[in-house]
Design a protein around this ligand. Sequence first.
Ligand code: AMP
Length: 503
Amino acid sequence: MTNHLFGLVRSKISDPSHLFITRPNGDAITYAALFEQTARYANVIAALGVKPGDRVAVQIEKSPACLFIYLACIRAGAVFLPLNTAYTLNELDYFITDAEPALIICDPARLEGLMPIAARFSAKIETCGTAYDGSLPQKAAVASADFHDVMRGPDDLAAILYTSGTTGRSKGAMLSHDNLASNALTLSEMWKFSAQDVLIHALPVYHTHGLFVATNVVLMSGASMLFHPKFDAKAVLSDFDRASVVMGVPTFYTRLLNEPGLTAAAAKHMRLFISGSAPLLAETHREWSAKTGHAILERYGMTETNMNTSNPYSGDRVPGAVGLPLPGIEIRIADPESGAVLPHDDIGMIEVKGPNVFKGYWKMPEKTAAEFKSDGFFITGDLGKIDHTGYVHIVGRGKDLIISGGFNVYPKEVENEIDAIPGVYESAVIGVPHADFGEGVVAVIVRESSSNLSTADIAAALDGRLAKFKLPKRVFVVDELPRNVMGKVQKQVLRDQYKSVLA
Ligand code: AMP
């Protein structure tokens, strides 16, 4: 047995002198340097007493060192546990108490605050800054560049990622070596990645999208990345002429569309634009095609399952659809109440089964059991349908479903009607408490910059287009919708803000 994930990475790198990462400051890291650095970091991690299966909690700003630490954990058989850089000490206390890591790696500025928390678990603590400063890079610099990878099988844990749950406690999704390896292989084949590719990486690396989808796909194909510390539309656009692929959240594309320099000529060198983590508006898809000549490829996945579906590389990339199930992955739609599998075009709960699906929630066996069917399908919590051509469409999160007077209202259906009204840029439809109906429909709208559409105009345009129980009882116009860092509209924030408007 070898180290399942890292062994696969090794087998894919035919030219160690090829560039893995280039940073805006010119710092360039080859694959040979990646192997050397990850060996040094793995030696330090092991010397700190981290044993196979131990968790290593990491909250540091984005830099190549994040990836050295991730892969060093994999090589050392440890479980990598990245944490959102926005988490406060109070939030970190929850994750660390839950995960009981043997080692915590933090930004130098966080050391003092985290020390008492680490002490409670006798966890070691090291620091790492973005310029290879901090105690960990210092130790790595003088550690041996030889490391014998710890043997790990396909089912051994590689990482725990806490879900970005907006309600209830955040849950630690346990991902195995093969969950990551199988998905990265499938995606790199599906999206035709090769060593010639240069990916613009402007996503955070504590989330499944930037960490696993982007980085692992690059590793599986020996490709290169232009590593941006964060998304900046101008900086990303200016890299188009030396890159081939962008992976982003929908917000990347809407921001890039506002750049006057975004033209077909500017995108001439690019091969592929991929979007995920939140719904891409069909309008954004069309605008992008019109401006650049490229159809954005939308895919769908989640922390617990890696990627589940993708629009095809060759073939129709359908605006508003998340594509077909990936090879080896089964998707079905089930009635949320009875659990019965539904026919094509019926809306229900999206369920998924395959080598991509996680091993369960850390220390939550009951929660895990409740979210798996007896035949092994995972209940995603996303509502959607599969159309007659096999494409999957998402209509929203299960918890966003509105039940008004006993009738189900799928927010997406109402949003689609509203978005089609000339002058509307985008909308979010939510359910808020209603004395009579339990919940009532409320729409929050952003207008096109040139539009002075009124809420009465919107109500008039919807009249007759939707059943009465689906019509918004109130419409609000705002400048922008609240979004999290991955571009997801925070419906919980809107529900809180408008909770009394129908009371
Ligand atoms: P996360 O675990 O943070 O990656 O969030 C996963 C959730 O993001 C999924 O369960 C979906 O609700 C949503 N999501 C991901 N990709 C898409 C997509 N292409 N379209 C719509 N929603 C998506």
